[in-house]
Design a protein around this ligand. Sequence first.
Ligand code: IPE
Ligand code: IPE
Ligand code: MG
Length: 247
Amino acid sequence: MALLQKKPEQPQVDFSRLPRHIAIIMDGNGRWARQRGLPRTAGHAAGAETFRTIATYCKDIGLEYLTVYAFSTENWKRPAEEVSAIMGLLKKYLLEAIDRMERDRVKMAFFGDLSPLAPELRALCQRTAEISRHYDGCQVNICLNYGGRDEIVRAARAFALDCMEGRADPNHLTQEQFGGYLYSAGVPDPDLVIRPSGELRLSNFLPWQSAYAEFYFTDVLWPDFTKGELLRAIAAYQGRSRRFGGV
Ligand code: IPE
Ligand code: IPE
Ligand code: MG
């Protein structure tokens, strides 16, 4: 009887104390597809839709920064057809994003080495970043050909070069200064890192920036991730006590 049915519990979120920055490892697309007897690429297509929904929702609730892991430096190990399907979906997403950019006013940035991407996709990334550079709403960072260790090595290289050319001094390097060499320069560290799909690892995602992040893991696969799941993660975050080494 309808009257006796228990309502699904609404996560208690205090929207006046949202984390500033949420980072998400968008994982589980392949398993989602397999469960339905579909090709893995269908899972990536469904995952792209989830990304659109969640990014829009983050903007609507007033989140300042959302960073998502879309393709890692290790994901090139996958079959060529899967890689090219993912790249095709990214292209489609960016073309649509450019179309609605003036309306959505989401600032987009990319973390990762874009140089191995097809020139057309690379140009689209540059264009979306350029058009939205001056937007001041939610900033969405898409990690594309991103690897945390790769990011740190690149930063070390750039810093060493600055030292060799007299622009920097190794004896005075601070954490803040080093952070300025990372893809995330100028973006505050993530407060909350979410990984769906049941895996309990970082897989090379933002290792430097997540040093003091709160982690939220769920078995839900990324294509099934909903606004409600996001609110559950935020509610869990709000129930934590962040001490940063203090008492
Ligand atoms: C995440 O989903 C998407 C990318 C890594 C590009 P997966 O494709 O890793 O999905 P699973 O982990 O195989 O289920
Ligand atoms: C991490 O997921 C990368 C992205 C979600 C883009 P993976 O599926 O590549 O991670 P592993 O292989 O399970 O560690
Ligand atoms: Mg995976």
